[in-house]
Design a protein around this ligand. Structure first.
Ligand code: GDP
Ligand code: MG
Length: 338
């Protein structure tokens, strides 16, 4: 049996709550409240606080890793750049080196940390050479967790967590190496991995497209989920946008910290006997696509996925192991065994 609707229920929402009234074409506010100023308020806070962004670069030496991050941020953010020249001492094991810089643009301050991993993949036996890298990533989660469960928490916890790991694939034109597959397989569960094809100026456009296609296939075959991961698309709009990006990955990039004059304009590029390869020219390589994706459209999302997915997974596991409730005291030096 159905009950007759009361007067109240039959009354239009707009009469009950003027200002929240609905009509056919969206909301018609009767007077301005000012909800939209939250955006401006957030902007001001972010401007004042600035933000952290931590990027890790992995791939064997000579693939142009240092050059590429310098190209991305248009400055010498990586200390181990090609400026070192000639002899390159290869460390016996993978080293982890982090350098931080504050970069400011339009009044917004970004504390950028570049985490370099010299020695990766340079040995004859590269077995488990991702161990020091995965240890570093987990240590940053642990640091953050310790700050978070502290009784006297900092108002703002310094964020050293790796938001993005650029993995450099050698432009062989053949296929991924076993090491590439193993690394991405192990690490894609703990960090956002963005594979890129290094030094793509060494391939012809046909070779490049063929290689990209093959790499995508191999990644799929091995079930490697790189960023932006399918499963974390929020809605259809997200999915459509990210599908386009995924179809264009891995970006085939070229890096350079040298400027040349082309058609009266100064551009970053590599001078060859046939002309200048312009790094930001989309007809020459996909550097601009990577830059736009990494910095201009997905930087905040990289931070959010790191916090909401990767860190959250670590945190849940860690607190479970810890009996769930006991806070980990700040002076407890026992390291995670994860
Ligand atoms: P890393 O060891 O991976 O950090 O490599 P570097 O950035 O130090 O670069 C190694 C060498 O490769 C240097 O001589 C660079 O000038 C050169 N290089 C860097 N990026 C590119 C590129 O995109 N194309 C080509 N052809 N050479 C590059
Ligand atoms: Mg380097």
């Amino acid at each position: 049996p159905s009950f007759p609707a009361t007067e109240l229920e039959r009354m239009p929402v707009s009469l009950l709550f003027p200002g929240l009234g609905h009509s056919g074409s969206g909301s018609t506010l009767l007077g301005y409240i000012g909800i939209d100023t939250i955006i401006e308020q957030m902007r001001k806070k972010t401007m004042k606080a600035g933000f952290d962004f931590n990027i890790m670069i992995v791939g064997h030496s000579g693939l142009g890793k240092s050059t590429l991050v310098n190209t991305l941020f248009k400055s010498q953010v990586s200390r181990w750049s090609s400026g070192w020249g000639g002899e390159h001492k290869i460390p016996k094991t993978v080293e982890i080196k982090a350098v931080s810089h504050v970069i400011e643009e339009g009044g917004v301050k970004m504390k950028l940390t570049v985490i370099d991993t010299p020695g990766f993949g340079d040995q004859i036996n590269n077995e488990n050479c991702w161990d020091p890298i995965s240890k570093y990533i987990n240590e940053q989660y642990e640091k953050f967790l310790k700050e978070e469960v502290n009784i006297a928490r900092k108002k703002r916890i310094p964020d050293t967590r790796v938001h993005c790991c650029l993995y450099f694939i050698s432009p062989t034109g053949h296929s991924l190496r076993q090491l590439d597959i193993e690394f991405m397989k192990h690490l894609s569960r703990v960090v956002n991995i963005i594979p890129v094809i290094a030094k793509s100026d060494t391939m012809t456009p046909d070779e490049k497209n063929e290689f990209k296609h093959r790499v995508r296939k191999e990644l799929e075959t091995h079930g490697i989920e790189y960023y932006p991961q399918n499963e974390f698309d929020d809605d259809m709009e997200d999915k459509n946008e990210n599908d386009k990006i995924r179809e264009a990955m891995p970006f085939a990039v070229v890096g350079s910290d040298k400027e040349f004059q082309v058609n009266g304009k100064r551009v970053l590029g590599r001078k060859t006997a046939w002309g200048v390869v312009e790094v930001e020219n989309p007809n020459h390589c996909e550097f601009a696509l990577l830059r736009d994706f990494l910095i201009r459209s997905h930087l905040q999302d990289l931070k959010e996925v790191t916090h909401n997915i990767h860190y959250e997974t670590y945190r849940a596991r860690r607190l479970n192991d810890n009996g769930g409730l006991h806070p980990i005291s700040a002076n407890n030096t026992q390291e995670s065994n994860l």
